[in-house]
Design a binder for this molecule. Structure first.
Ligand SMILES: [Fe+2]
Ligand SMILES: [Fe+2]
Length: 285
């Protein structure tokens, strides 16, 4: 495992698609089944992914023990990792108001990575991670202008034909299919900046319900948002309470697909639940 920018790499000729695992809301402290984390690690490693994306809420209460377990999980992945913090990865205000306001991500930075604008580049793929978990926000998150500037600077240096992917914990567009949901403060500007940067895919979490939706943008094309369910916790919402899911993503030169995989407690492994393919223009096939 390496949580940092890797040298730009190229797929071997016999490997056609770039492959990513996207998991979110692991929530150590609320793990749903003993051994589910190990099953997830084993499956992801066996699939020989090019990148593992973890879109926040590694912990339930940002305690030292939960961070230690999260770090152990990340260390066990063999692929490079892009990870961003979620609102549960900062201390609750009533636990430590000074830390919450002044240094909300200090535990994440000390334990996981101090890079809050992580990037990953390989031929055909550019990925940027953005932190939306800030101290003075409610749980819906906040997008800072400095983060958008960093994103635009990064994508401006990447090849035009790469699939450009933004990783964020919170939601940037309301999705009524997920019930009553908040979007991050500054979300509209973030979407505008992402579209202007050529982002075609946003990977997020937070709502603990697996959902893949293509949204029209003002630029006349679509942007796909894959909101992962909770990969390993009991925190599924409503009818999704007992459900654990995460995503496999395959990137081809002209298209990409997202396979949502669901954990079967009786067979103790994840299986494909559904898959959706998109043209690289952002339009459904
Ligand atoms: Fe969460
Ligand atoms: Fe969250």
């Amino acid at each position: 495992m390496a949580i940092s920018q890797q040298p730009r790499s190229t797929k071997h000729e016999e490997q056609s698609a770039i492959r990513l695992a996207h998991l979110s809301d692991v929530h150590f402290g609320k793990i749903s089944h003993p051994g589910i984390v190990e099953a997830l690690i084993e499956e992801v490693n066996a699939a020989e992914m090019d990148l593992v994306v973890v879109s926040g809420d590694l912990t339930q209460r940002a305690t030292d023990d939960q961070y230690r377990d999260a770090k152990a999980m990340l260390n066990a992945f063999q692929a490079p990792i892009i990870v961003v913090p979620g609102n549960h990865d900062v201390r609750q205000f009533w636990h430590n108001p000074i830390e919450r306001v002044i240094t909300p991500t200090i535990r994440f930075e000390r334990t996981i990575t101090d890079d809050l604008t992580p990037t990953f580049s390989m031929d055909g793929l550019s990925v940027f991670g953005m932190n939306t978990a800030h101290g003075l926000t409610v749980k819906g998150g906040l997008v800072r202008k400095s983060s958008l500037d960093a994103m635009q600077t990064y994508f401006s240096t990447q090849p035009e034909d790469d699939l450009r992917v933004l990783v964020v914990h919170h939601h940037l567009i309301k999705n009524h299919a997920l019930g009553r949901t908040d979007i991050a403060i500054g979300a509209a500007k973030a979407i505008d900046a992402a579209v202007a940067s050529g982002v075609e895919l946003i990977l997020c979490g937070h709502y603990h319900i697996s959902n893949v939706t293509a949204y029209p943008t003002e630029k006349g094309r679509e942007i796909v948002i894959a909101s992962a369910g909770t990969a390993t916790s009991t925190r599924g919402r409503g009818e999704h309470r007992a459900i654990n899911m995460y995503n496999w993503i395959a990137v081809e030169p002209g298209s990409f697909s997202i396979e949502e995989r669901k954990f079967g407690g009786d067979i103790f492994r994840f299986l494909s639940e559904r898959a959706t393919s998109f043209k690289r223009s952002g339009l459904p096939l």
